[in-house]
Design a protein around this ligand. Sequence first.
Ligand SMILES: Cc1cc2nc3c(=O)[nH]c(=O)nc-3n(C[C@H](O)[C@H](O)[C@H](O)COP(=O)(O)OP(=O)(O)OC[C@H]3O[C@@H](n4cnc5c(N)ncnc54)[C@H](O)[C@@H]3O)c2cc1C
Length: 387
Amino acid sequence: MKDSYTHVVLGLGGLGSAACYWLSRRAGTDVLGIEQFELGHGRGESQDHSRIIRKTYHTVPYVRFAEQAYEAWGTVEEDSGEQLVLKTGELNFWPPKTTLDEAAYNESMAACGVPYDILDAAELRRRFPQFRFDGDIHAVYQPDGGLVGAIKANEAHRRLALRNGATLLDNMPVKQIRPVNGGYEISAGGRIFSAEKIVVAGGPWTNRLLAHFGLELPLKVTHEQVTYVDSPHLQEFSPDRFPVWIWMIHDNYYGFPVYGAAGVKIAKDRFSPTDTDSRGFDPDAGNERDVLRFLEDHIPRAAGPVLYTKTCLLTHTPDADFVLDRIPGHPNCVCAVGATHAFKFASVIGRTLSELLIDGQTPADISAFRFDRAALSLPGVWNLPES
Ligand SMILES: Cc1cc2nc3c(=O)[nH]c(=O)nc-3n(C[C@H](O)[C@H](O)[C@H](O)COP(=O)(O)OP(=O)(O)OC[C@H]3O[C@@H](n4cnc5c(N)ncnc54)[C@H](O)[C@@H]3O)c2cc1C
């Protein structure tokens, strides 16, 4: 195995695996990916059966980037021969007390020509009888929304990268990154590799990697969980009958049809602060009770015993926007931070990182994701509730 590469990707979760794939399409054997744990481990952010993909976003650049996300997944599907995106339709429920700006979502979609329907309570009941809401509720339905098969997609990115000649190493924690002769020396798992260009895709461990560049981002890491429920009426929640859905408030509930496991998947943001060393893996019983109560109240035929609950970490930026940029002072190094909602964009983020490193520029509008933006350099104004 060689020890010198043009491109070295640090971290092989959702974003790093995608970066390896897109780099390998153009740089083949000149790509090395390094992961600290086994490939496909569940300690980070990206390993579950499904993640929501949607075009419903609150700004035009996000809606455009989401459209590019579908296109990038299409390329991976073509290349792998596997279906990775499943369009189930997406229902966003807008409760009267929300602090989110519904008009911003609808206007951004309209500006990009993304179709959507506003459903009042009567229409909701007619089209989606699985849901039960009293009183003053309406929802926005967007037919392109759905899910990405996350575990499958991560495997596809890595498998295709290997097929293109990339080298992927697991159980190799990166311990040191040193600038040497215009490039970098990376120590990992007792070996030393040299790199001309680096992708930092460390998820919740990002700041440990950035410390080698003398940098730190104002990131917070929280503990989250998703629950699979053993519904007695599973067939009513199949992807062709039941859409992905989001309750549009800040610490929201969201859910999925049956996919990957024999249960209906539901989650409520936990936002429970933790760190990568002290985090536990036990589910929070209160959060489980909340999601079961939500099902009983609002999706009653999905309610049932818990099949299992899976915990994971989540990385936040103060403004909930990604970091997707060159690392200041290191024009040949780039960094991506998912900021709680990046899985749907994993492939297009990988493509964008590859363009920044190989072409020196990208056609994607990533101006909101700059490393040096005010929200990351001023004392943090956090969207995250204190707890
Ligand atoms: C419960 C939950 C639900 C979510 N739902 C959605 C959703 O519906 N839709 C959506 O779009 N997004 C969603 N997200 C967000 C999305 O999953 C994340 O933004 C995305 O997966 C982040 O991927 P990542 O590659 O940055 O992080 P990770 O997957 O954590 O990958 C980082 C990798 O870097 C490795 N690493 C770190 N340090 C080192 C080192 N020193 N040496 C070697 N390797 C290292 C880690 O081991 C890890 O494998 C959700 C996240 C969670 C937790």
